[in-house]
Design a protein around this ligand. Structure first.
Ligand SMILES: Nc1ncnc2c1ncn2[C@@H]1O[C@H](COP(=O)(O)OP(=O)(O)OP(=O)(O)O)[C@@H](O)[C@H]1O
Ligand SMILES: [Mg+2]
Length: 273
């Protein structure tokens, strides 16, 4: 199954007034069972592109379609699990249990209690302990995981996470990354929108970069990390990779496509010895 975008452009309207084009001539494809990192500067159109994928916005021109003989395009779009940029702002139920049950109920799914239990347990919020608490009384990391549990309870095959680690502390970020890793291990298709490249390098198969509404780059993550000459893209690389690259330019015979900062530190330490 493939999700295909052909020459997509989009502008927001304010009343009858046509705004500036925020996406321009985007042609892209997403394949099942892969993990994508969608990145680019603020305002480059990442969230808008994700909303188009989910069908919450409709392209001004161009086509989005699905290559599949199993499912219609509209059911597919409905089934995508979309975790919004600050999902906890959208809570509206009185208890954690009701909040998680809401999505599956709306979709007319069965086994609601089991879904709620599994959803909460899988994000590390034990059902028994959390079910009767108010979503508004949880910590920000717990709230973010609750929002993800509400999506997991619907058991989608495709997930979009819009800035899933924004505003979380170190521990909260790690928990979210591990959660996404679990979904990838379960062969889910995942699109992560983030500017924090270093957090997701080793999770993602492909990197997509938007710049001012245009597709700047789509490449295998491995190829991206090994490229010698990234010009201004260099700045978006994680700090430890930039250090490795500088050292290699100075003649050190070391690898540069290392996703783990601690491994990078060990390589440098070994080289000095
Ligand atoms: N509802 C809206 N109405 C009008 N313009 C909008 C709307 N939402 C976004 N825009 C504009 O569209 C452009 C792309 O915004 P978008 O939110 O898609 O970017 P982004 O890459 O997700 O940014 P960020 O990294 O800040 O989340 C920006 O110029 C933004 O101001
Ligand atoms: Mg955004």
């Amino acid at each position: 199954m493939e999700l295909i975008l052909k020459d997509i452009s989009f502008y927001y309207r304010r009343g009858n007034v046509k705004g500036e084009e925020v996406l321009k001539g985007i042609t892209l494809e997403f394949q099942e069972n892969r993990c994508y990192l969608l990145t680019g500067p603020c305002g480059s159109g990442k969230t808008t592109l994700a909303l188009l994928l989910k069908g919450l916005l409709v392209p001004t021109s161009g086509r989005i379609f699905l290559k599949s003989d199993k499912i219609s395009f509209s059911s597919f779009q409905n089934s995508i699990g979309f975790v919004f940029q600050i999902p906890e702002e959208q809570f509206f139920k009185e208890t954690v249990e009701e909040e998680v049950a809401f999505g599956p109920l709306m979709l007319g799914l069965k086994r609601i209690e089991e879904r709620v239990k599994d959803g909460l347990n899988s994000v590390g919020l034990p059902y028994k302990k959390f079910r009767k608490l108010s979503p508004f009384n949880l910590s920000s990391g717990e709230q973010r995981r609750l929002a993800i549990a509400s999506i997991i309870a619907c058991e989608p095959s495709w997930y979009i996470f819009d800035e899933p680690t924004a505003g979380l502390d170190f521990d909260g970020r790690n928990k979210i990354i591990e959660l996404i890793r679990k979904l990838i291990n379960k062969k889910k298709t995942v699109i992560i929108i983030s500017q924090e490249l270093e957090l997701f390098l080793d999770l993602c198969d492909e990197l997509i970069v938007l710049e001012k509404g245009r597709l700047r780059l789509k490449t295998e993550m491995k190829t991206f990390l090994e490229k010698e000459n990234l010009h201004e893209m260099e700045l978006s690389l994680p700090y430890h990779i930039r250090v490795l690259r500088i050292l290699r330019k100075r003649g050190w015979n070391i690898p540069v496509s290392i996703t783990d900062p601690q491994q990078a530190a060990a390589i440098i330490a070994d080289y000095i010895v």
